[in-house]
Design a protein around this ligand. Structure first.
Ligand code: AP5
Length: 219
């Protein structure tokens, strides 16, 4: 069973890799960021609440995020594995997930930690454009679509995320170094942490992560 966490700072390439991996391994992609953005788009009470944090680059409160993930992992399609992207991001979230996976009798098999230097993260995030329809990520310099402003995959409109501003990114990076990076120790102690270089070209990185998925699946 493949129960894997993709961890790393904003712009490390989590979403890019997750989109390729879930197709190759046929498991659900559980991205708390995507779930919040869907709720914002739908105008639900969760979306209204989440937006007030996300647009400033702050973390959505733990009790809200943990509740959302608990509900999602209880769904049938997670029974044979899942890829968590952007969760956990705080120690209480990591502890809650550990308790939940113990209750479900299906522990996390690996935590893949992508990293890159701050200058590259800023370059990637400030130039990122995302498809409004399917969420595919592009970059204004290094990953341009065939037609300007149009998604190659589904023809959807490309836009810049509201939290991809310089100010919000500073806050997101601050939360990453303060709240999320300490989780590396949490997972290192549990012998689950695997560090990979997020600067690796995306197709090469995909091959490296795929090898880890195969090993976890064989355990
Ligand atoms: P979320 O959506 O999870 O954002 P994030 O973690 O900040 O990560 P990003 O989506 O910005 O980056 P990524 O690593 O996926 O990079 P990508 O692949 O797109 O969360 C958003 C917000 O929601 C949070 O700030 C918070 O407010 C809230 N939230 C979410 N989860 C929460 C939680 N658990 N608790 C509390 N609040 C939560 O790539 C970026 C760019 O780089 C793209 O342009 C891409 O083309 C390019 N790129 C990718 N890989 C490569 C490569 N290998 N080489 C060159 N370029 C590359």
């Amino acid at each position: 069973m493949i129960n894997i966490i993709l961890m790393g700072p904003p712009g490390a390439g989590k979403g890019t890799q997750a989109k390729m991996l879930i197709q190759a391994f046929n498991i659900p992609h559980i991205s708390t960021g995507d779930m919040f953005r869907e709720a914002i788009k739908a105008g639900t009470p969760l979306g209204v609440l989440a937006q007030s944090y996300i647009q400033k680059g702050d973390l959505v409160p733990d009790e809200v995020t943990i509740g959302l993930v608990k509900e999602r992992l209880a769904q049938k399609d997670c029974a044979n594995g899942y890829l968590l992207d952007g969760f956990p991001r705080t120690l209480p979230q990591a502890e809650a997930l550990e308790k939940l996976t113990e209750e479900l009798g299906a522990p996390i098999g690996a935590v893949i930690n992508l990293d890159a230097d701050k200058a590259e993260l800023v370059r990637r995030i400030s130039g990122r454009r995302v498809c409004r329809n399917c969420g595919a990520p592009y970059h204004v310099d290094t990953l341009r679509p065939l037609i300007d402003g149009v998604c190659d995959i589904c023809g959807g409109e490309l836009y810049q995320r509201k939290d991809d501003t310089v100010e919000a990114l500073e806050t997101r990076l601050h939360h990453y170094y303060e709240d999320t990076k300490p989780l590396e120790n949490f997972y290192r102690e549990r012998k689950l942490l695997i560090n990979l270089n997020g600067l690796t070209p995306k197709d090469e990185l995909f091959v490296q992560i795929s090898e880890i998925f195969k090993k976890v699946d064989q355990k």
